[in-house]
Design a protein around this ligand. Sequence first.
Ligand SMILES: O=c1ccn([C@H]2C[C@H](O)[C@@H](COP(=O)(O)OP(=O)(O)OP(=O)(O)O)O2)c(=O)[nH]1
Ligand SMILES: [Mg+2]
Length: 150
Amino acid sequence: MTIRIRLTRLPHGEGLPLPTYATPGAAGMDVVAAEDVDLQPGERHAVATGFRVAIPEGYEIQVRPRSGLAFKHGITVPNTPGTIDSDYRGELKVLLINHGRDAFPIRRGERIAQLVPAAVTLAEFDEVQELCETERGAGGFGSTGGHGSL
Ligand SMILES: O=c1ccn([C@H]2C[C@H](O)[C@@H](COP(=O)(O)OP(=O)(O)OP(=O)(O)O)O2)c(=O)[nH]1
Ligand SMILES: [Mg+2]
């Protein structure tokens, strides 16, 4: 399924490629940086993309890390998956953090993250006195055992 998303470029986004799928089966659209940043170890930065979007109502865009940057350099998205709301009209930014040991140069035009459009399911809470019982009950946070074999 394909949805259409209106996009406007900001002046510093001129000349950059729009987010695009790297292969026919890719789930995420690679998005490039619109600025140069040297990300020091432990540092976070909201990297400019140079564009704004108007996502159709009922959808969001999730901002996800690229596994290659995470694996090779420790560069990831601290708020992953980032949430772009359908009513947001500011610049789409990619939050990045450097978990690596070395400074990492981000250069304008380089692919820094991937965007995954997704349908939004809305909910409302119904406050009640009792919840139905389950086998798990209140167990969580490792209650079923460690990381050994099944
Ligand atoms: O990675 C991100 C995450 C968010 N945003 C923008 C779009 C999003 O719609 C808005 C708010 O994001 P979020 O709801 O995650 O942040 P918040 O801390 O709850 O801020 P707000 O009070 O503005 O909703 O910020 C980005 O550009 N990139
Ligand atoms: Mg919010």
